[in-house]
Design a protein around this ligand. Structure first.
Ligand code: HEM
Length: 125
């Protein structure tokens, strides 16, 4: 991210764009994951903007939610001693280091607590 457009671009701030929408009244068209403008070029801009971006965004959210609910993630001991892997800058984006090993372990027992209910094994219980 360009520091002129986005303050402290190297700091992770999961609410960066949500806060712009909620507290600074910047429209969703400029801040959503699928926004297409000169500050958000991941899906292209203008006439040939990716028409699959809305579908993709929904798929990525479902995929991420599934993984986070059902798996624990760890770096290897070696990686932990070195700290966070370096991101790979590519044009306006930062990509994950593709050589870094991330370990995944399925969570057991598969019990996930939500605000008012408990889901067990994927079924309401
Ligand atoms: C993370 C996933 C995706 C990324 C990052 C992505 C990104 C892009 C980008 C950068 C372009 C080029 C825009 C340009 O030429 O200026 C593009 C075009 C396009 N994308 Fe995607 N895309 C994704 C997923 C999809 C999906 C799931 C579909 C279909 C279901 C799709 C269909 C298309 C089509 C048809 C075009 C050509 C549009 C045109 O030339 O008018 N994309 N995409």
């Amino acid at each position: 991210m360009d520091p002129v457009l986005h303050p402290d671009p190297l700091d992770f701030d999961g609410y960066r764009f949500a806060e712009l929408q909620h507290y600074e009244n910047v429209s969703a068209a400029r801040t959503s994951y699928t926004a297409r403008n000169k500050e958000s070029m991941a899906f292209g801009h203008s006439r040939h903007t990716c028409p699959g971006r809305i579908l993709t965004a929904a798929e990525i959210k479902m995929f991420m939610a599934y993984l986070l609910i059902n798996y624990d993630f760890h770096f290897t001991e070696n990686q932990r001693s070195k700290g966070r892997p370096q991101s790979l800058p590519f044009e306006t984006q930062y990509l994950p280091d593709q050589k870094t090993v991330v370990m995944m372990k399925k969570r057991t027992p598969k019990t996930v607590r939500f605000e008012n209910s408990v889901l067990q094994g994927g079924k309401a219980g």
